[in-house]
Ligand binder design. Structure first.
Ligand SMILES: [Zn+2]
Length: 132
């Protein structure tokens, strides 16, 4: 008897759940990414998602650089919210539409910007996007 457990992704119900799939490639998650990136006007380098994560960790290590704050927040918040949605579906049978999760992520980043960053240091275009 094989003991390998294959878990199907709870976000789409179609594919085996791997981290790359769950967080980035799933059509549920990629819908969230696509609209957040467009809204934040962030252009990520053209790398596979698993490598992008390491790229971002290396690049954004420098603290206090205001221009890195937003992509860093976006990556962390999106991963966190997608993980929470996965758990809500798995354990509570509770489904949140991608549009709602996207808005939650946007508002979380906005709250972080208001509380944690010198908003005056942000370029005007960024302040407009994030309404801060
Ligand atoms: Zn999926």
């Amino acid at each position: 008897m094989g003991s390998t457990v294959i878990t199907t992704c709870v976000l789409c119900g179609e594919v085996e759940e791997t981290h790359d799939h769950l967080f980035f490639l799933c059509r549920y998650s990629s819908k969230i990414w696509k609209s957040l990136n467009a809204r934040a006007r962030i252009h990520w380098p053209n790398l596979p998602w698993s490598r992008l994560k390491n790229w971002a960790i290396g690049r954004y290590r420098t603290k206090g650089k205001t221009k890195f704050v937003i992509p860093k927040l976006l990556l962390a918040s999106a991963i966190y919210h997608i993980w929470m949605e996965r758990n809500r579906r798995s354990f509570n049978n509770q489904f949140t539409p991608a549009r709602k999760v996207e808005e939650d992520i946007f508002q979380l980043i906005r709250a972080h910007l208001i509380n944690g960053v010198k908003v005056d240091d942000l370029p005007p275009a960024q302040r407009l996007i994030w309404e801060v």
